[in-house]
Structures are given as C-alpha cells and as structure tokens.
Design a protein around this ligand. Structure first.
Ligand SMILES: Nc1ncnc2c1ncn2[C@@H]1O[C@H](COP(=O)(O)OP(=O)(O)O)[C@@H](O)[C@H]1O
Ligand SMILES: [Mg+2]
Length: 378
C-alpha cells in the first residue's frame, strides 16, 4: 500500500488515469499481464499519454509492471479499490471516505464513508483470504479458465456472496447492517456505532437478552432464510452501544442449510457464541438443545456444496458474482462503455474526479465531480 491514503490517491487521478485502469481491468479477461500495446489500443490514446499515466499509476501502487518477452501491466488491490470507489461515487452511493481504514482484517479493509445525505456507511473491500478461497473452490466451474489473477475474481465473489447474505437476512428481519450496494470487491453497508462482543467482554448490562437476540437471529437465518453464517463468534458480532443491540456481521462464507456440512457449521457457530457468554457472564445454555430447537422440523437435503448453492442462487447470479456485472458483455461492448464513462473532451488529462475526505465525522474537502454526463455508468 502506498503512503498516501486511498482517497487522497484517488483524488490525484485524472479521467485518463481511470480510463487506463478500467482498460486494464477489462483486458484482464484475456491477459494476466496486459501488454502495453493493448492498453494503448484499447484506451484509444497516444503511446505517450498512456505511458505517462502508467508511470503515475505505477508510482501510486495501483498497477504493477512486468518486463518479460513483452512489457505488461496488471492491477493491484489498490487499483481495484480505486475502480470500485469511482463507480460507487459516480452512482451517488458514497460521497466521502475516511483516509484510513477502520480496521484492516485478514480478509478486508473496512473504511467509514458517508452518502450525499450525510448517512454514515462502511465500505468493506474484500481481500483474498482463507474463507474466500474456500468459497471459490466451490465455484471452480465458474472461475474455470480464468485462473490468472484469481484474487480479483475471488475477492469479487467474496463481496457478492456477503452482499447476497446481507440482503437475504436483512429482508427476513435478522439484525445485520443494512446492505446498500456492492461493486466489484466492495460491499457498502450501514455503519454500526458499536463494539465487537470480543471488545466489550464483561461490559454488557443485559447479557441474557443479547445472547437471546443472537440465537434468535441464528434461528431465523436458518429457518427462514435457509442459510448458515459459518464464521460466527464474538469477533463477528457488533453490539450497538446505545441499546445493546447485537448485529451479525462478516458473511462471505455462508453456506446453504441444504449443504451436507451445514449442521456442523451451525453447531460451531452456536458453540462459539454460547461459550463466550459462558466464559464472560457465566450464562449456561446447552448447545445441543439450542441446535435442536433451531433445526427442529426442517428437512435437510444434505447436498454437495455446488448443488446446494445452485438451489439458493440463480445461474445468472453465480456468473455475475464470479465474472462481474458485465459477464454477459463482450470486450467490445465494455470498451465502448469506457468511451462513454470517461468521455472524450480532449481535456480529460486535466479533468478531476474527487471524493471528500471524511475525518472524525467531518468533511475536509468537498466533492468536485466534473463529469455531468449521467449516461456513463457501468
Ligand atoms: N457495518 C459495520 N459498521 C461498523 N463497523 C464495521 C462494520 N462492518 C465491519 N466493521 C468493522 O470492520 C471489522 C472487519 O469487518 P468484518 O466484516 O468482520 O471483516 P473481516 O473478514 O476482515 O473480519 C469489524 O471487526 C468491525 O470492527
Ligand atoms: Mg470479522
């Protein structure tokens, strides 16, 4: 990661820089290291302009250069972050972003953001990790020949899986952050002002109620949504401090309840939570009893993972999650969209894109988007 904050680096980019990043992203469908010739050709700009932009993107840590039998470039996570940020800002989903992440997990960078109305959100950029990798192995059939730059496909899959789980559980009334949007490997959701159970330790005033609420939500998730969280513990429960309301977070590794190992995962989820409350609050809940209560009366198909997912997700969802929103689109169509999005005015090297910097809830720099063309979104 560069020394500059993500949002500061983003604000240094011109439309041409973004155009080049987007061209590289599209070209990754064919190349692991995208040849310089292709970037020049597909961006429809001069060699000089493209070289200059690539030097800058390279210095900012958004692309990497490779010199072998030819000179090629590839996106880094940082460059991918910038593309997601750009789309989210253009769609009016976020307007300001914190300069530093709230937390850098093994599997994500989580930033605080604000929408145009001033609502506090978080943007969770997914990273390749243990769980997302596990998840993707189930989707080999979809990832297929795209084995190069798997991190890109896997992090996107991970984000879309999490978003899907948030939508399903939120709609069923489970206490989860309200899902707002997903783009590439970034999930946008409501910001929860609170602390993790693991941070609160013995600080809860009404531990029985908190435990009861979590177990109720686990039951609703299983019985009504038909899925299992799969990584539930005191580290993935955020407690809103005001009213001690527990939110279940961190959903990318969920599995359908008809997956043959789902009950094992459900049991582990319950055990982790019950054990925490036993240790910190001396509460005594029988895991087997809780499990029985949650599963009672539900018929389980015990399918292999892929089959189980195909019951819950449509083929189209699966394709989109892995291959991207434009998975049905050919490269030519994508390139013509780039032309629209980063519209040609002859001055694009100077046109600025900006996202406000959110610092301790205050806005440091105002939005200054030069592009007023509404028909540019991908
Ligand atoms: N909606 C949210 N509101 C506030 N903080 C959040 C939210 N989602 C995540 N966080 C913070 O970011 C951290 C990492 O998020 P999490 O979803 O658990 O990802 P990871 O896979 O990296 O553990 C959380 O522990 C929490 O501190
Ligand atoms: Mg977590």
């Amino acid at each position: 990661m560069s020394v500059k904050s993500l949002v500061a680096a983003y604000n240094e980019l011109t439309k041409l820089d973004l155009r080049i990043l987007r061209v590289i992203e599209v070209a990754h469908r064919r190349y692991e290291w995208v040849p310089m010739e292709i970037i020049v050709k597909w961006s429809n700009r001069s060699w000089e302009l493209v070289s200059k932009s690539l030097r800058k993107l390279n210095a900012l840590g958004m692309v990497l250069r490779w010199r072998g039998s030819y000179t090629g470039y590839r996106l880094t996570y940082y460059g991918y972050d910038v593309l997601a940020l750009h789309t989210l800002s253009k769609k009016g989903i976020i307007e300001r972003l914190s300069p530093t992440p709230l937390g850098v997990g093994k599997e994500s960078d989580v930033y605080v953001a604000e929408d145009p109305a001033g609502n506090k959100l978080v943007v969770k950029f997914h990273r390749l990790g243990r769980t997302s990798f596990r998840q993707t192995r189930k989707f080999r059939i979809w990832v297929g020949e795209r084995r190069h730059i798997t991190w890109l496909y896997e992090s996107r899959l991970s984000a879309h899986m999490e978003y899907k789980a948030l939508v399903m559980t939120y709609n069923a009334g489970v206490t989860v952050p309200r899902p707002v949007a997903v783009n590439r490997h970034a999930v946008v959701m409501e910001y929860i002002e609170g602390l993790k159970l693991s941070e609160i330790k013995t600080g809860l005033e009404r531990p029985e109620e908190v435990l009861g609420s979590i177990l109720d939500d686990v039951a609703t998730t299983f019985r009504e949504v038909g899925i299992v969280h799969g990584d539930l513990s005191e580290f993935n429960v955020l407690v809103e401090l005001e009213n001690e309301k527990p939110y279940l977070i961190d959903w990318p590794q969920w599995v359908p309840r008809d997956y043959k190992n789902a009950i094992e995962l459900l049991k582990r989820d319950i055990e982790n939570i019950v054990e925490f409350f036993r240790k910190e609050y001396d509460l005594d809940v029988d895991v087997e009893e809780a499990l029985k209560y949650i599963v009672e009366g539900i018929e389980l198909k015990e399918l292999e993972l892929e089959e189980a997912f195909e019951e819950v997700l449509t083929q189209r969802e699966l394709r989109t999650y892995v291959l991207g929103e434009e998975s049905e689109e050919n490269i030519e169509k994508a390139l013509s969209n780039i032309d629209k999005e980063f519209s040609t005015t002859g001055r694009e090297d100077r046109e600025k894109v900006k996202i406000g910097i959110l610092s301790q809830g205050r806005e440091d720099s105002s939005k200054d988007m030069n592009d007023e063309n509404p028909a540019h979104q991908t």
